[in-house]
Design a protein around this ligand. Structure first.
Ligand SMILES: [Zn+2]
Length: 78
């Protein structure tokens, strides 16, 4: 069983299209079964869409900090 932490750690690789086919399968399979991780995935993707729209767009101060805090909260043990 893959741990949520592992999935979250690899999400950026996955979203960048750099994950191996095995890793992609692992992540996609996990996302299908884990609501927490799929919520993190959706939110991260939405944020990246906003940020990635314009290449010269400057990432707001504290963006990655907020993202990491969000992820930490999302996968923190209940
Ligand atoms: Zn998970």
């Amino acid at each position: 069983m893959v741990r949520c932490r592992t999935i979250i750690d690899r999400l950026s690789e996955y979203m960048d299209g750099e994950a191996s086919s095995e890793l992609r399968r692992t992540i996609e399979n996990h996302l299908r079964h884990c609501r927490r991780c799929s919520a993190v995935y959706d939110s991260t993707r939405q944020m990246l869409v906003i940020v990635g729209d314009e290449r010269t767009f400057e990432v707001p101060t504290g963006f990655s900090e907020r993202l990491h805090r969000f992820i930490d909260q999302a996968i923190a043990p209940a």
